[in-house]
Write a protein that binds this ligand. Structure first.
Ligand code: 3HC
Length: 311
């Protein structure tokens, strides 16, 4: 078959909702698009462990500490599934990590904001994991088989994470004045960055055209962002917190909220490496990676030994 026929067959399979599997033919652009998205997703899971890991030693109770530790550990697992899915596309883990360390690969902008108080653990779980779920539920139907299957398990765990965060916020919102203030302050700082997690508006999103055509993305950045806003406003009201957007208004006709505008200059500054914590996050990852070199060497030596035994 010619390249053109192969591409036509490929698109027909996508249109017929068939999953594409690792050994099957795929256009080079599709493979590269997936490597970019899945690896950035994996990096986000792993870098996301830092702002929360930062609070494990300072959790206010044994229960809170155990729950937070479990959550942070889940994120490492999510990174593992996603790196594995990415490796099925013909790239290895070392290259992916190198891309993260050199700034070639991005990771979610949200993790470049510092976590200043315990209420931030609530805001991160409630808003950040909440936004991640809205996006990831949709990705369970993505066209690449390993990515779609990984998403199913990840979504189950993200639901637990969202509830963990909301529970913290709800508790603090009905606590002392100081606790309520802390919860509101965390919501004030994390609201807009959470909306940025969905990426630029559809009209400014260079990757969306192919992503939608190939059913990598099943819904657009703006559609998912609006769904998250509509869900979350009611949750904030329920616990007596106020979303920091003076333009927020219920639109009867659209049956949805109208809302203000994201500071896109801030968004681009952060994704281009100039957020409050970008340098710190990457430096911390490099340090941990270097310190873990002996573990990787030992694991590889053990695997090689087992392989030689089999031969
Ligand atoms: N943070 C960092 N970079 C972002 C971004 C964000 N919030 N939103 C967009 N970008 C980047 C894109 O990566 C792209 O850059 P690149 O071409 O150099 O890769 C550029 O901005 C233009 O954006 P597009 O809309 O064209 O890019 P996409 O089509 O890839 O859409 C996306 C961006 C919606 C984030 C999409 O990639 C996606 O759905 N990814 C999978 C989900 C994901 O990565 N989630 C991370 C959330 S955090 C998480 O899951 C951890 C959990 O524990 C909370």
């Amino acid at each position: 078959m010619t390249e053109e026929q192969l591409e036509k067959n490929f698109q027909n399979r996508i249109d017929a909702e068939q999953k594409i599997e690792p050994r099957e033919w795929m256009p080079e652009k599709y493979r590269k698009h997936l490597i970019r998205q899945i690896s950035q997703h994996a990096h986000s899971e792993v870098i996301g462990m830092q702002p929360e890991g930062n609070w494990i030693t300072r959790a206010p109770s044994m229960r809170a500490k155990m729950v937070l530790m479990a959550k942070v550990q889940d994120e490492a697992g999510h990174g593992l599934y996603l790196y594995s899915a990415c490796e099925t596309l013909g790239i290895n883990r070392d290259e992916l990590v190198e891309q993260l360390h050199t700034g070639k690969a991005k990771y979610a902008s949200i993790f470049n904001y510092p976590t200043l108080t315990w209420a931030d653990m609530g805001a991160v779980g409630w808003l950040v994991d909440g936004a991640a779920i809205v996006n990831q539920v949709s990705l369970q139907r993505t066209s690449y088989g390993p990515y779609a299957r990984g998403m199913v398990k990840i979504c189950k765990e993200e639901s637990f994470h969202q509830r963990q965060g909301y529970e913290i916020m709800a508790q603090m919102a009905k606590g002392t004045d100081a606790q309520k203030k802390m919860a509101q302050d965390a919501l004030d700082r994390f609201w807009w960055p959470s909306l940025m997690m969905f990426g630029p508006h559809d009209s400014d999103s260079p990757n969306s055209g192919n992503a939608i055509k190939w059913k990598i993305k099943r819904e657009s950045n703006d559609v998912l962002r609006q769904r998250f806003i509509d869900k979350t406003i009611e949750q904030a009201e329920l616990i007596g917190l106020t979303v920091p957007d003076p333009d927020l208004k219920w639109n009867e006709e659209r049956q949805s909220y109208d809302w203000g505008e994201i500071d896109w200059d801030e968004f681009y500054e952060v994704i281009n490496g100039n957020g409050l914590a970008n340098r710190q996050r990457v430096a911390q990852h490099k340090k941990a990676h270097d310190q873990g070199a002996w573990v990787r060497e030992a694991a590889k030596a053990y695997a090689d030994k087992q392989k030689n035994k089999e031969v």
